[in-house]
Design a protein. Structure first.
Length: 432
């Protein structure tokens, strides 16, 4: 009879089926932006690249809701996961025959819709196939495999862009998605019993998974849910939750502005596609390490709000410095400061801030309606990121990338000031 550890290892081994598809999906956003810039040049390409990012973010909001409902109704985890990976492969390969801006944006939006189908089934599978005391370990392992996959995707893309035509990159990416489909067909179990997605929001370990997919609509929020979240703003004693969400709005607005403009800004300095992917490799390594060791930094004795303030301040400063170095270091000289500052901002700072802010959100939910509260959080993340992406197009084209990065840094500065107020007014709010 196999030992208990062996049985657990066998049950959780299905998470490795997600590695290949994360390798495929990790660099696809960068590929789409570089592809549009190659097709249409710097000015028009920047507009299309930013619109593509905004469309991807916008589609992810209804997609999260639709696929969440589907997971409840169908109760077939394997079918949803395998189908998503197969269709993702088809969509990735379809870039080979798509050469118009509209076509590229539509296909990329469909990738957003189809790839998001697996988020809820994967989370539920952890809870349905693992004992409760192993849920945190299961979520952490699934997130780690996802992050490593994304990093390997950028490594592959950097080497491919160095030696092969960049537009053909989608061939190995599509094949990798097919590999995940086959592996999922073999490894992913159909659980003996199933949970409704409402159960996800009741367990804090999910906060580890929100880094990979922050849109979790257990219940789509209505106007009352938003009013309930923000109604205590005028009273200092009840202002914690609305102030927290306002700080998140500014954080994701600034991040959306920056992220949509970063790849076009690198291209405008004539950095190669290989260089652009390599910069993301460095950032992903920093992010993986940050998530890995954030728990040791974020202890029960420290104020979560103060930790979040420190990390978002440094991230905003990196954005502003990128705006300055964009002007000071022309051409290939921009490679080193962009790699270092982006690794700090998107890697170390993001990992620490995300861990701290997610814990703050989960702690603030408390005994409240988990579905509605998480729905408001997901809507704030999705809408703010989408609006930020659209604003990025306006500022990049009419004001330049340097001003765009300064604006993004300013947004994060506002977020830091609001979070600092939380730290001062709620100094005992810790990681518990």
């Amino acid at each position: 009879m196999p030992t208990q550890p062996n049985r657990l290892a066998k049950r959780i081994s299905w998470v490795y089926a997600t590695l290949s598809v994360n390798i495929a999906l990790g660099p696809i956003g960068t590929f789409v932006q570089l592809y549009l810039l190659m097709l249409y040049g710097h000015e028009a390409g920047t507009v299309y690249a930013v619109l593509a990012v905004a469309a991807f973010n916008a589609v992810s909001i209804p997609a999260a809701l639709i696929w969440g409902v589907a997971a409840d109704r169908l109760h077939k985890r394997k079918i949803i996961i395998v189908s998503s990976y197969l269709l993702t492969a088809v969509l990735l390969l379809s870039f080979l025959v798509t050469s118009s801006a509209t076509g590229v944006i539509v296909v990329y939006s469909l990738v957003s819709f189809i790839s998001s189908a697996t988020a809820t089934p994967l989370d539920l599978l952890i809870m349905e196939t693992e004992p409760k005391n192993k849920w945190a370990t299961g979520f952490a392992k699934l997130s780690l495999v996802s992050s490593i996959g994304v990093m390997l995707g950028f490594v592959l893309s950097s080497f491919w862009a160095q030696y092969m035509p960049e537009q053909w990159l989608v061939i190995p990416l599509g094949v990798l998605s097919l590999v995940s489909a086959v592996m999922s067909l073999v490894l992913v179990p159909e659980p003996l019993f199933v949970f409704e997605r409402e159960v996800i929001g009741m367990h804090k370990p999910l906060s580890q998974r929100l880094a990979a997919f922050p849109l979790v609509f257990l219940k789509f929020p209505n106007l009352y849910d938003f009013r309930s979240t923000f109604k205590g703003l005028r009273n200092e004693l009840t202002s914690y939750v609305p102030m927290l969400y306002i700080s998140l709005i500014f954080f994701y607005l600034g991040s959306g502005i920056f992220n949509a403009a970063f790849v076009p800004s690198l291209s405008s300095h004539l950095l190669s596609g290989s260089d652009v992917y390599a910069i993301s490799v460095v950032a992903m390594i920093a992010q993986i390490l940050a998530f890995r060791y954030a728990g040791k930094y974020i202890t029960e004795e420290k104020s979560l709000a103060m930790i979040a303030t420190q990390s978002v301040t440094l991230r905003g400063a990196c954005y502003a410095l990128l705006g300055i170095t964009f002007v000071v270091f022309p051409g290939a000289l921009f490679l080193l400061p962009s790699a270092v500052l982006y690794a700090i901002a998107a890697g170390a700072c993001f990992g620490i801030y995300y861990t701290a802010s997610n814990t703050m959100v989960f702690n603030s939910i408390g005994g409240r309606n988990h579905g509605s509260s998480l729905g408001v959080y997901s809507a704030v993340v999705g809408i703010a990121t989408t609006i930020g992406s659209l604003l990025s197009g306006l500022t990049s084209v009419y004001l330049g990338f340097d001003i765009t990065f300064l604006v993004a840094g300013g947004m994060l500065g506002v977020s830091a000031l609001i979070t600092l107020r939380l730290a001062r007014n709620h100094g005992q709010e810790t990681n518990n």
